[in-house]
Design a protein around this ligand. Structure first.
Ligand code: AMP
Length: 536
């Protein structure tokens, strides 16, 4: 029998974990590294680089390196590497395939199935793209699991009593807060809130700008806006950020950053932890507000919480720990392997799904409300474009719900079903998931024809909508996955799978720093300013 793994496919780092006698463990690479940096690149000679090797070339060759691709999942964004163009799910598939190889080498067995985690606040399109990435990498994806839920599963193994736990998960690119109730062996998510575009990457960019300002103050010269220089500055910023989690001060040194005529100008700046903290406070405020919103959604007050767990690399920043503690003063805040616990939880869930003897049952919720656009009777008469919720957010999944709607015009022959997710009462202010038509409706007076709209929301967070005209019984349905969300056809999937597999046939090259050229003109860094659907 082939092995099953759990994978945390992170914005910055990814992790693969497996079960050994019911206990999850992280599978390291040959050098003993547990994290795979989520970077993909091509070396100068055109060889595929994944992880640390790609990360190391980023500052020197950003045009041949892709990072933070998770921020683009579910959009139609593409990147070009060498002569080829890739969709976000294909770049993610390269990371997943590399983790698959790592697991197979270490376990000395085929690894065919995986549970892959996503932020609880990921939209349907982002989940679909993640599932596709797994399939392109050659996995059977058993489940797309919410990251905070995975973290709570690990925590659950460590506790005996029933507890209400708040999981605060701040990684490289995303933020999630979830409230879970652990009763014996059952982990139930009560509420979930977050921002898919908030994380350590934003802190790096703030510090990058700050470093550029400091450089200007010293030399009266702007740091040029070319990709190579900015990539160096960004990496220096991330290193400084990490150093400031340990030390009150750090010095950033980037020699020969800019040249002015014949003179080379160096960046040398001492950064105080407090300077960095001031830069990130607005982001932290948003995360604290999300805690309050999640508590509200779960109908709880802070006093009802038994425990807070901090997950994600960015929670190593001392200010974050202090602010969460100050915000929830009566609740103990703990942290357990913040970089690894999501992957460990995914491995546990993979074990549950494949019938291993593990005492954990998971109850998850839908992170967004789901519904359709409808005409509503108001005091001012019938108004179109209202959002009629069919599955309210935080409903336990899997779930199926139906609502009946009526035609609004005499002799109406078609009904358009437009599906949205979000919380705004105006349908178009929410995220569109797709639409379809029911045609050939029997011509009758307004209100005389009934259409039942049925929503099926599965454990992976994927929605199927079916609408049935009750008289003649015409039925149309939609799995929310059409072109709008960038979903691939099965033919495209198998083509992508072959293309990625053949990339791996050329061995992933070891990388030598000395070979780098420092001349680059265009970066592929995925920034939050890039296009793409916001989830909230
Ligand atoms: P994750 O997505 O959970 O792997 O988190 C990655 C993010 O955590 C990146 O933005 C890292 O720069 C950040 N990170 C990792 N270690 C630290 C640290 N010691 N202090 C501050 N940020 C960190």
């Amino acid at each position: 029998m082939s092995k099953v793994v759990g994978i945390d496919l992170g914005t910055t780092n990814s992790v693969v974990a497996a079960l050994e006698e019911g206990q999850p463990w992280v599978i390291p690479d040959e050098e003993g590294e547990q994290l795979l940096p989520s970077y993909v690149g091509l070396s100068e000679s055109g060889q595929l680089l994944v992880g640390q090797a790609a990360r190391r070339q980023y500052a020197a060759a950003p045009e041949r390196t892709v990072k933070s691709i998770k921020r683009q999942m579910g959009t139609d964004y593409t990147v070009t590497l060498g002569d080829l163009t890739y969709r976000p799910q294909e770049i993610s598939a390269i990371l997943l395939r590399s983790l698959k190889q790592r697991a197979e080498a270490m376990l000395e067995e085929e690894v065919a199935q995986a549970v892959i985690t996503v932020p609880a606040y990921f939209t349907d399109a982002q989940r679909q793209a993640t599932k596709e990435a797994g399939e392109i990498a050659g996995f059977e994806v058993l489940q797309i699991l919410n990251e905070p839920t995975a973290a709570a599963l690990v925590f659950e193994v460590k506790t005996e009593d029933s507890e209400k736990v708040l999981v605060y998960d701040l990684g490289g690119g995303t933020f999630d807060v979830s409230i879970v109730e652990i009763t014996g062996e059952v982990t139930e998510v009560l509420a979930s809130h977050g921002n898919n575009r908030l994380g350590g990457d934003d802190f790096d960019r703030q510090l990058q700008r700050h470093l550029a300002d400091r450089f200007f103050q010293t030399h009266d010269v702007e740091v040029p806006n070319d990709a190579a220089t900015q990539a160096r500055l960004l990496q220096a910023a991330e290193q400084a950020k990490i150093a400031l989690s340990e030390h009150a001060f750090t010095t950033v040194r980037e020699p020969f950053l800019v040249s002015k005529g014949e003179t080379a100008l160096h960046l040398e700046a001492e950064i105080a932890r407090e300077d960095f903290e001031n830069l990130i406070k607005p982001y932290l405020k948003e995360t604290l507000e999300a805690i309050d919103r999640a508590l509200e959604d779960a109908n709880m007050s802070a006093a009802d919480l038994d425990q807070v767990i901090l997950v994600g690399g960015s929670t190593r920043i001392p200010l974050i720990q202090h602010q969460v503690e100050a915000h929830l003063p009566d609740t103990p805040v703990s942290s357990f392997e913040p970089d690894l616990c999501v992957g460990l939880g995914a491995a546990l869930q993979a074990g549950v799904l494949t019938g291993e003897d593990i005492d954990a049952i998971l109850v998850d919720v839908s992170p967004h409300s789901l519904g359709i656009a409808a005409i509503m009777d108001t005091q001012m008469g019938a108004m179109p474009g209202f959002f009629s919720t069919i599955i309210p957010r935080n409903t336990v999944i899997p779930t199926s719900r139906s609502k009946v709607y009526y035609t609004s015009m005499d002799g109406q022959e078609t009904v358009e079903i437009e599906v949205f997710q979000g919380e705004n009462p105006i349908a178009r202010e929410n995220v569109p998931l797709g639409s379809f038509l029911i045609e050939g409706i029997p011509q009758k007076p307004a209100g005389a024809v009934q259409v039942e709209v049925h929503f099926d929301f599965d454990l992976n967070g994927i929605l199927t909508v079916t609408a049935t005209e009750k008289g003649k019984g015409q039925q149309e349905s939609l799995v929310v996955n059409d072109a709008e969300t960038g979903r691939l056809s099965s033919h495209e999937l198998s083509q992508a799978r072959d293309a990625i597999a053949s990339l791996f046939e050329t061995a992933v090259e070891d990388f030598e720093d000395e070979d780098l050229e420092i001349e680059v003109d265009k970066a592929l860094e995925i920034t939050s300013e890039d296009s793409g659907d916001e989830a909230n």
